[in-house]
Design a protein around this ligand. Sequence first.
Ligand SMILES: *Cc1c(COP(=O)(O)O)cnc(C)c1O
Length: 368
Amino acid sequence: MNTSEFRRRGKEMVDYVANYMEGIEGRQVYPDVEPGYLRPLIPAAAPEEPDTFEDIINDVEKIIMPGVTHWHSPYFFAYFPTASSYPAMLADMLCGAIGCIGFSWAASPACTELETVMMDWLGKMLELPKSFLAEKAGEGGGVIQGSASEATLVALLAARTKVIHRLQAASPELTQAAIMEKLVAYSSDQAIQVVATLGTTTCCSFDNLLEVGPICNKEDMWLHVDAAYAGSAFICPEFRHLLNGVEFADSFNFNPHKWLLVNFDCSAMWVKKRTDLTGAFRLDPTYLKHSHQDSGLITDYRGSNKVNEALLQRINSAKKIHLVPCHLRDKFVLRFAICSRTVESAHVQRAWEHIKELAANVLQAERE
Ligand SMILES: *Cc1c(COP(=O)(O)O)cnc(C)c1O
């Protein structure tokens, strides 16, 4: 593709995307396809000759779109919101063009510096304690991670390295392996790992930071606070009090890609001591190879809670709306998450009527 074709196709793509976004409400939110639907529709091996651009775009509508779950449909109430907005899409395009990898300052100075300053801006919007900011001479600072799961893992690795160093300084005869087998991480049953969670994914429950924080500080334990889901809300003064206690934390993250209209992936993470992070990863960057963990968001069905399970099955086979379940203290729970930026109360009302109707059917079937 040469530059003049790029100009033309780029404009066509913008139109395609704008039409997609404008017409998304008319598309069925969850696809009709069965596992394996795609393979028979495309060649078994990469074609020797190129397709035309028109053919490729036609294939998107014919082959890809029928298999897409439309996360930005106002009838998508599953998992959690993932942000998207026109400015963010345009920014992604520019990022693709600049295409730099900022693994060091010199690899692209603007990349590192913009990230640091923007993370200070965002931290100030949340009124994070100053100790989390880089500013001109601070020891803290923010860094963007791909996902909240990554941010939590990064915090765990930094905590591990820090405690190993501390113990080895006190007793040099201890090996890393001997220390590691004794390390312990605590979390609630709603967390992914070693964290206090402000706003869990399943039901937006909050750990009590004002209780947990001082204990962690007293016992010299790393406290990571995961506010992936709810964190954006702390920008609103009326919700900021929910972040109280973050001053006890060593690290904190939230996901602008959930509520702040930034495309996936963007998890903002702050630490009080930047050297805890940089130190951990300079020592053994191979840790990162294991950084992708199942986020635990997909819950497998269990034997009990039959009625709710039957209801969810009806809801999701009707395909008017889309939900995913969760388990809370062994109860099978239907989660209704407000996801799309374009949801209005009419969508929620319609969804609720639909759920009530199917629930009545399920109960009727139970009685018969
Ligand atoms: C959504 C969510 C996550 C997972 O987010 P990813 O960025 O997809 O890893 C982790 N923790 C909480 C509390 C969440 O709401």
